[in-house]
Design a protein around this ligand. Structure first.
Ligand code: AVI
Length: 329
């Protein structure tokens, strides 16, 4: 653990160590079926590719969520109230947050949390220059792990966590509930959670969103192999794997895989990983919810749904949840 100074910006650094990456990658590749944790998509190139995905016509999530935010920001601000500490999980380039930063009253501070140190630093430099007087306290961390939040200069009335983009859908159901419980602990008894939740819809729309015509999602998926090569001295040949994404209606999720195009053996340092032709590495699940399903899960985690905003087609929702009991950790 250490901190880095950059133009007077202090990043509270809990970046996962290389050893953890190595352990999780090796154990994932030794499972059957093989898997890799989707949080490792977001190295510098992966974060850039995800930004490119967010600009694609087929990937409806960012623009639908942004339109909901624009349309209902006054109602959201009213419910959230003044003087809050705004904490964002997986802040990326913080673009989505700007609308909140612009409208929230007497913000105590903004704490962006992201696993990618470089992107976090870039976003913080921009925010500090664009919002004078705003205290930005960046934290580089895997937000599913435990870490201390930085101390703010101004007192805060309440903590509100912002978790947009339906990233909650990247957790399996039990970890998702545990993660919501963890958020309830972080935001405390009177705290809130403003969350983006993707809804169940026509599978053809989902298929297009995760199989875009320009192949950006495929490049994002395959970048994970390049990252493993770079950081773990691996010899994956990305061209011998294919991006494969589909909606699994029984499980209510889009699954992303990397499928081996032939029998092959990959090496990471001195570890050999055999692949049969057609065998896959499961790299991501993206769960889609009905409003009732999400309300049930949030309730089980100690949150009450205070308000739900959706778009006309009911493809996406932004929800404000209040903590009905959890303690502040
Ligand atoms: C970050 N997360 C919500 C995205 C999703 O839709 O599951 C990641 C993504 N994977 C492929 N495209 C986008």
């Amino acid at each position: 653990m250490y901190s880095k100074e950059h133009q007077q910006i202090r990043v509270h650094d809990f970046e996962p160590e290389q050893e953890r990456f190595r352990t999780e990658v090796l154990s994932g590749l030794q499972k059957s079926p093989k898997e890799l944790p989707c949080k490792y998509f977001y190295d510098e190139r992966g974060s850039y590719l995800f930004e490119c995905i967010c600009e694609l016509d087929e990937y409806y999530i960012p623009r639908t969520e942004a339109a909901i935010m624009e349309a209902y920001i006054e109602q959201m601000v009213e419910l959230i109230g003044p003087g809050v500490l705004l904490i964002e999980y997986g802040s990326g380039n913080s673009t989505k947050t700007r609308i909140l930063l612009k409208h929230l009253h007497e913000l105590a501070a903004y704490v962006p949390i992201d696993i990618c140190q470089k992107q976090l630093l870039r976003a913080t430099v921009e925010l500090v220059s664009d919002y004078s007087g705003l205290e930005v306290l960046p934290v580089c961390a895997d937000y599913t792990s435990d870490f201390e939040l930085p101390v703010t200069n101004r007192p805060c009335r309440r903590r509100v966590v912002y978790f947009p983009g339906s990233t909650i859908g990247n957790f399996d159901p039990i970890p998702a509930k545990h993660f919501l419980e963890h958020i309830a602990g972080v935001c405390g008894p009177r705290g809130g959670l403003l969350i983006g939740v993707d809804l169940k819809k026509d599978p053809a729309v989902l298929h297009r969103a995760y199989n875009d015509g320009k192949g950006v999602t495929a490049a994002f998926n395959l970048n994970l192999l390049e990252r493993v090569n770079r950081e773990l001295n691996g010899d994956f040949q990305p061209e011998w794997f294919e991006h494969y994404a589909f909606y699994n209606p029984g499980e209510g999720r889009v699954e992303m895989h990397l499928v081996s195009l032939k029998d092959q053996t990959v090496h990471l340092d001195n570890v050999s990983v055999p692949f049969a032709r057609g065998e896959s590495i499961w790299t991501e699940s993206s769960y889609k919810f009905t409003l009732d399903e999400f309300e049930q899960m949030a309730g089980d985690a100690g949150f009450k749904v205070a308000h739900v905003w959706t778009d006309e087609k009911q493809w996406f929702s932004v929800q404000y949840l209040v903590n009905t009991g959890g303690t502040r950790s």
